[in-house]
Design a protein around this ligand. Structure first.
Ligand code: ADP
Ligand code: MG
Length: 369
């Protein structure tokens, strides 16, 4: 067995992604999502809801390439999970009438894995590399050359006798997707001709996503019912589609199948998703922060112990959305609740006692100086 290869310097299995969190408002795809999503994916740019700027820019890139009879430039899609990166990669291939090959960073740990894929691409093919930030360093370096010169050096043999055999590649379009554009090394980022930053969707756009999915799933939904689901979907089409399916179940079992505002509201109460899209974990964190620590500042570890969760769970699963919603702030002194957090849980912030430093919650005049 060869012990002196580079296996212990290669990035090991990256930290387990928080996909298996089992939350109804989790943005990563679970097994059921994967099965249903294929059916719900828009197939063309025209069907893709929202993301106006990205759509317009991408349309120009693809139309121009088609007019030149050329392969489209490499495209980087960056954005949070569930916003449509995989969907867009398939649309790019469809719009270019090209086949698509799908792989991901974690699947490519050795440069050889990548060489095997690249050397079997056909002219004009789209290579979709999901989670591109999790690719190994040697594979990344091979990718630079492949993207720029459509060439790779395949290393044959080991040690002093190793030789590099240059291999020409047919022109192809790389579509990379990442949730962490900041983690990409600049040389890799610079080799993409076009970068699309996907934003969270506003409620009106999510309503359109929901109506579209309802139609594909053959569901009867009222406008107010779709709005009710949209408002709780955390700006994310994947979550909107998942909540729609849970509401559908409820409508079938407890109502006459029609999704009204009341049915949607009642169903999502059963699943403990509140009217702002917070679930039980999110609310537990806020409640501890407000009720036990007076709104903070409190350290992350203390907060985690108070809700009986791991630090990482609080920090990576609950907090990003709370911060994005303006309910919680991370400060150098610890976590702090905002006035919106008190309002959301229907609680009154503690009144400031005279002599305390004036804070944003202070209401001068109340203390009758
Ligand atoms: N703009 C959109 N319009 C309609 N449906 C969308 C849109 N974006 C995403 N979806 C739906 O959300 C689900 C998740 O999208 P996906 O492309 O897998 O997200 P990502 O790859 O960014 O995690 C898919 O089922 C897709 O149908
Ligand atoms: Mg994806």
């Amino acid at each position: 067995m060869n012990w002196d290869d580079d296996t212990d310097t290669a990035p090991g299995p990256a930290a387990a992604p928080l996909t298996a969190d089992g939350r109804i408002v989790g943005a990563s795809a679970d097994g059921e999502d994967q099965a249903v999503e294929a059916a719900l994916r828009p197939k063309s740019l025209g069907e893709f809801v929202g993301q106006e700027r990205v759509r317009e820019q991408l349309d120009l890139v693809l139309t121009a390439a088609r007019a030149r009879g050329a392969t489209a430039d490499h495209v980087l899609l960056s954005g949070a999970p569930g916003l449509g990166k995989t969907t867009l990669s398939m649309i790019i291939a469809a719009e270019m009438q090209a086949p698509i090959r799908i792989t991901s960073g974690p699947a490519i740990q050795h440069a050889g894995d990548l060489a095997a894929i690249l050397s079997s691409l056909h002219e004009g093919e789209v290579l979709f590399l999901d989670e591109i930030h999790r690719m190994s360093r040697p594979a990344e370096e091979m990718l630079y050359m492949a993207m720029e010169d459509f060439r790779v050096d395949v290393i044959v043999g080991k040690g002093p006798g190793a030789t590099a055999i240059p291999l020409e590649l047919p022109p192809f379009t790389l579509v990379g997707a990442t949730t962490r554009a900041g983690l990409l090394p600049p040389p890799l980022r610079d080799r993409f001709g076009f970068t699309a930053h996907m934003e969270f969707y506003d409620p009106a756009e999510l309503e359109r996503v929901i109506h579209r999915s309802a139609q594909l799933l053959d569901l009867e939904i009222e406008t107010a019912g779709a709005a009710e689901i949209a408002g709780r979907s955390r700006g994310t089409p994947r979550i909107a589609n998942r909540l729609l399916r849970r509401v559908r179940d409820y409508a079938q079992v407890k109502a006459d199948g029609v999704i009204t505002r009341e049915v949607a509201g009642a169903a999502l109460r059963v699943y403990e998703v509140d009217d702002r899209g917070l679930d039980r974990l999110d609310r537990a964190v806020l409640q501890a922060l407000l009720k036990l620590f007076g709104g903070g500042p409190v350290g992350l570890s203390t907060l985690a112990v108070a809700v009986g969760e791991e630090r990482e769970t609080v920090e990576e699963v609950a907090e990003p959305f709370l911060v994005r919603e303006g309910l919680l702030a991370r400060t150098p002194r610890g976590r702090v609740a905002t006035p919106a957090a008190w309002a959301h849980l229907g609680l009154t912030p503690p009144q400031q006692t005279p002599g305390q430093a004036p804070g944003q919650l202070g209401r001068p005049g109340l203390f009758g100086v």
